[in-house]
Design a binder for this molecule. Sequence first.
Ligand code: ATP
Length: 350
Amino acid sequence: MAHLELIDISKAFGDVYAVTSMNLAVNEGEFVCLLGPSGCGKTTTLHMIAGFEAPTTGKILLAGRDITRFKPNQRGLGIVFQTYALFPHMTALENVEFGLEVRGMGKAERRKIAMEQLELVGLADQAKKYTQQMSGGQQQRVALARALAVKPRVLLLDEPLSALDAKVRVQLRDQIRRIQLTTGTTTVFVTHDQEEALAVADRIGVMNKGKIEQIAAPQNLYQRPATEYVATFIGLTNRLPGASNGDEAVVFGQRVPLLAGSAKGDSVAVLVRPENLTLALAGSSDSHVGERARVEVIHFLGSLVRVDTVITSGEYQRWNKGEQLKATVQLPASELPAGLAVGDDVIVTP
Ligand code: ATP
């Protein structure tokens, strides 16, 4: 049995459905990310789990018990918001203690637990500091300690990193995952940042228009996306013209294997990851496959290089709604043709 279950949940605001017939099962100790663009219903879903919004239809079960109509404080959940929502006139320690105090815990015990939680987030030495004197990253760690102090049955994180600068964001993201693994807390994390989701989640539910379009482990989502939406939302994808028999396609004269369940057709769009394309300087090889292209931008990414090209054969323009067809190639830096420069003619091959 799943620890947290959303069964056929919908939420309407007037005529607008923010969430439609959504199902989600989160196992005990699991870290699930809900990922999707702005407006797809992530926050509304989290608010229904937390009890801030009542679903229009459907049920929410926690450890098998129907909590759909429970008030937020009856659910035993911990929540961290995008903004820190701390009391500025209280110290870090007092903020973490607060949730325990409202639950009626005695002073000595709550102080002990609050200190343990501050230790866990690496802020034991800042316990006496007022939160308004702390950095954004520190404040969010206090908020995390506060949410964890009550030993939540589920930890809900609503874009907790989006107000932080890039470096702090990565550090705190990794720290959240380490703490979650240590404590074994079942966690639902909402984000629009795919890199964040890929880095921390056991499973990612990719949301589109109020529904989960696919839920799977990060690697499976990337390697076996179920839909074009998921393929283009997770990672970079080229959309190239090809002919498919359902098992294989021919793209730029090259035969490529397809995922099970792919469509057949003489003129279909084939989604190809940049690392599944390669390039050579035009005239450097006598291969009969590949398509002529011009280098537009070269991005050096350390051990990898990404090369944006535009296909120079005009034959695909009609297929691509009048636009020139582009292809992005990603290679290990060691495989980049020597001296490749912007404007060079190349042959791009799957
Ligand atoms: P974001 O990342 O921008 O927060 P989201 O994926 O979390 O987006 P939601 O905030 O859940 O999306 O919103 C989903 C849809 O529901 C949007 O179209 C939004 O305008 C609408 N919506 C959300 N809350 C309300 C509300 N209280 N009243 C009316 N419409 C709402």
